[in-house]
Design a protein around this ligand. Structure first.
Ligand code: IPM
Ligand code: MG
Length: 361
């Protein structure tokens, strides 16, 4: 029986995860998935209840599960928590990634044709839609490198960027494998003209490429990539890059689709389960404190994250496709939450758009 750890978290997290669980329930019975799940605290709500944003019991539940579904963590209430290592983002998200060895973050950037007018780019630049996969290394680089901290009475701050050959090899392979299932083109993004870690990155990616002779590999400097994404995004298929660059480029790429409210993500680990690869799945939009409790949050990125969960961790591509089609159909029929509705036109709430998706399922 596949077990899912469900961590609703803060802000709009519980509102969208609630709807995602209705979706899972429906899919579970339609496709006889026999799913079970258990909820646990994470983020600010966990800090309030237990004094830590990632209680040991939550981490243990994730380790025992086949996949984890996360809503969002953080919010203004916890922005000034001291020590800052107990802030939800740093105290929950980063240790979850490290402890669960979630080294591969996949962020599919898909422009649903029905949402083309919500894109920040001109229609002629995105005509025909967009389908980019950002593969971001998630457990190395500047986020975790040591030393890190303050010196000189707090007046000197240090972050260290470190990468090792094995860390680069394994994420490069995820990039090549993904490209192999798509257009067979991989673009590796670095800053090899300045950074030593990027020079190693490029060397290792070139070495790994020898295992994938059918994939066409290109390299791009990160500043150029940031520019090319808004100039001509259709040139990209799979992008593989280090932690910090991937953080920035994936937000930029998400905006091309019109709303951060549509961006799903999968963070895959090293552990194999009976059904697939263990992973943590979350919408990329965060806790959206400004709209909490209003019933207007867009649950679609969470639904699309559920579809990634079904595909990668549970080995259920049919259920995943059914959910993706249901989301696309609802959009093409014109239903919109406020974040993706054109200015001045009507929108529906979280429950209504979820009901529409459920009806398709
Ligand atoms: C993301 C977020 C996180 C990150 C923050 C909240 C720590 O921006 O998942 O992209 O920087 O990785
Ligand atoms: Mg980010």
């Amino acid at each position: 029986m596949p077990r899912i750890a469900v961590l609703p978290g803060d802000g709009i997290g519980p509102e969208i995860v609630r709807e995602a669980l209705r979706v899972l329930e429906t899919l579970s019975s339609r496709f006889q998935l026999d799913l079970t799940w258990e909820e646990a605290l994470v983020g600010g709500v966990a800090y309030d209840a237990t004094g830590h944003p990632l209680p040991p019991s939550t981490l243990a539940l994730c380790k025992e599960s086949d996949a984890t579904l996360l809503g969002a963590v953080g919010g203004p209430k916890w922005d000034n928590v001291q020590p800052s290592s107990l802030r939800p983002e740093v105290g929950a998200l980063l240790p979850l990634r490290k402890e669960l060895e979630l080294f591969a973050n996949l962020r599919p950037v898909t422009l649903f044709p029905a949402l083309a007018s919500a894109s920040s780019l001109r229609a002629d630049i995105i005509s025909g839609g967009l389908d980019i996969l950002v593969v971001r290394e998630l457990t190395g680089g500047m986020y975790f490198g040591q030393p890190k901290g303050r010196e000189d009475g707090g007046n000197r701050a240090i972050d260290t960027c470190v990468y090792t050959r094995p860390e680069i090899e394994r994420i490069a392979r995820v990039g090549f494998e993904a490209a192999g299932k798509r257009s067979k083109r991989l673009c590796s993004v670095d800053k090899a003209n300045v950074l030593e870690t990027s020079r190693l990155w490029r060397e290792v990616v070139i070495d790994v490429a020898k295992e994938y002779p059918d994939i066409e590999l290109s390299h791009m400097l990160v500043d150029n990539c940031a520019m090319q994404l808004v100039r001509n995004p259709k040139q990209f298929d799979v992008i593989v890059t280090e932690n910090m660059f991937g953080d920035i480029l994936s937000d930029e790429a998400a905006m091309l689709t019109g709303s951060l409210g549509m961006l799903s993500s999968a963070s895959l680990g090293t552990r194999q389960t009976a059904y697939g690869t263990f992973g943590l799945y979350e919408p990329a939009h965060g806790s959206a404190p400004d709209i909490v409790g209003k019933g207007i949050a867009n649950p679609l990125a969470t639904f699309l994250s559920v579809s990634l969960l079904l595909r990668y961790s549970l080995g259920q591509p049919e259920a995943a496709s059914a959910l993706e089609s249901a989301v696309a159909e609802v959009l093409s029929e014109g239903l919109r939450t406020a974040d993706i509705a054109p200015a001045g036109s009507p929108s529906v709430g979280t429950r209504a758009i979820s009901d529409a998706v459920l009806a398709k399922l």
